[in-house]
Ligand binder design. Structure first.
Ligand SMILES: Cc1cc2nc3c(=O)[nH]c(=O)nc-3n(C[C@H](O)[C@H](O)[C@H](O)COP(=O)(O)O)c2cc1C
Length: 336
């Protein structure tokens, strides 16, 4: 397997889903066209007709297969039904139970199912219900972070767990270049998923100021400051922006619900007010005080130096991984 691909895709590289709408049709199609697995992200509310439109729009931009992601903490049943009716290649689920029944429903529709998990115990449950691959999220990851362990200790345990099962392990968290890719493979992963690296691409739907901050800033923090009212008990990793540094000790009894409105976004076609401390990142439509909005990022931000096309991210990692292996790990004593 190695870098040669997972789940029938050309490469073992995955564009992690980026909520609420940052991994839209343009990004997903660009990644799919470059031979990797990309995920659209459904709305956090039931909108099955819209989900079908999103999938169909993506299909006008690529004839390659792709996936759709659902956060199980929000209403989702009609959205999942729409995804399965559209028979996309892969359904990704996060933050909720990936039940045996859901796996059976996906398989009956001919759709592969991949949960993102953050602990050995969750991985064990996923293997037991027969998922097609497991995305292992390390503590290094950007966005909401479900577990406490870093990839360096968690991946080898899960690699041991899946031995003998046809269940590739996909490493997610802090990976932005070929060095992270090879390190993940060495720890037992079969592929990698990147969120932050794909956020910082031409095709991502993130606001230009957010993309610029990913290049400019190097440090992140695991916190619970943002989106406490809408999604309680869901810690996240963010860029250490000046706004975040001013408010990182926000008292635990405060949340976004009674804060001033600092901007507006069109999210999946619906106009939303953004309050201070909301958990919603600025997208391409957002107006207002962008620099005071949450900016999720993984620990790899310090390695991101430029905004490039998504296809270029994949090409650099694949070419770079092959060159790195030949340069550093293939012994010249074999031929001599
Ligand atoms: C802006 C942003 C939004 C995210 N949204 C989701 C999501 O909707 N569903 C999900 O499973 N993971 C989501 N994640 C987490 C990713 O799946 C993945 O675990 C993470 O990006 C990996 O770490 P990295 O960002 O360092 O590559 C998000 C991450 C970011 C940065």
């Amino acid at each position: 397997m190695g870098w040669r691909g997972i789940l029938g895709f050309e490469y073992g590289i995955v564009q992690a889903p980026l909520g609420p709408d940052i991994s839209g049709p343009e990004l997903v199609a660009a990644v799919a066209n470059a031979g990797a697995l990309a995920f659209l992200r459904t709305p956090d509310w039931e909108a099955p007709d819209y989900v079908k439109q999103l999938i169909r729009k993506t299909r006008t931009l690529t004839d390659k297969p792709f996936g759709v992601a659902v956060v199980l903490a929000f209403p989702h049943e009609a959205n999942i039904k729409a995804i399965l009716e559209e028979k996309v290649a892969v359904l990704q689920v996060y933050w909720g139970e990936c039940s045996k029944d859901l796996v059976l429903q996906a398989h009956e529709a001919g759709v592969k199912i991949v949960p993102q998990i953050g602990s050995f115990e969750e991985a064990q449950k996923a293997v037991d219900v027969g998922v097609d691959a497991i995305m292992v999220q390390g503590h290094e990851a950007g966005g909401h972070v479900i577990g406490q362990d870093s990839l360096i200790s968690l991946l080898p345990r899960i690699a041991d767990l899946v031995r003998g099962h046809d269940c590739p392990v996909i490493a997610a968290g802090g990976i932005v270049d070929e060095r992270g890719y090879i390190a993940a493979l060495a720890l037992g992963a079969h592929g990698i998923a990147m969120g932050t690296r794909f956020l910082a691409t031409n095709e991502s739907y993130a606001h230009p100021t957010y993309k610029a901050k990913l290049v400019e800033l190097n440090n992140t923090e695991y916190t619970g400051v943002f989106g406490r009212a809408r999604w309680p008990g869901a810690p996240h990793r963010v860029l250490k922006t000046p706004f975040f540094m001013d408010w990182r000790d926000l008292p635990s009894n405060e949340n976004e619900s009674d804060q001033p409105v600092i901007g507006r976004s069109l999210i999946h076609g619906v106009e939303k007010e953004i309050r201070r401390f909301a958990g919603t990142v600025p997208n391409a439509t957002t107006t207002g005080d962008i620099e005071s909005m949450v900016m999720y990022s993984g620990q790899g931000a310090g390695l991101i130096k430029e905004i490039i096309p998504a296809g270029e991210v994949i090409k650099r990692i694949v070419d770079g991984a092959q060159a790195l292996i030949l340069r550093e790990f293939v012994s010249d004593k074999i031929s001599g």
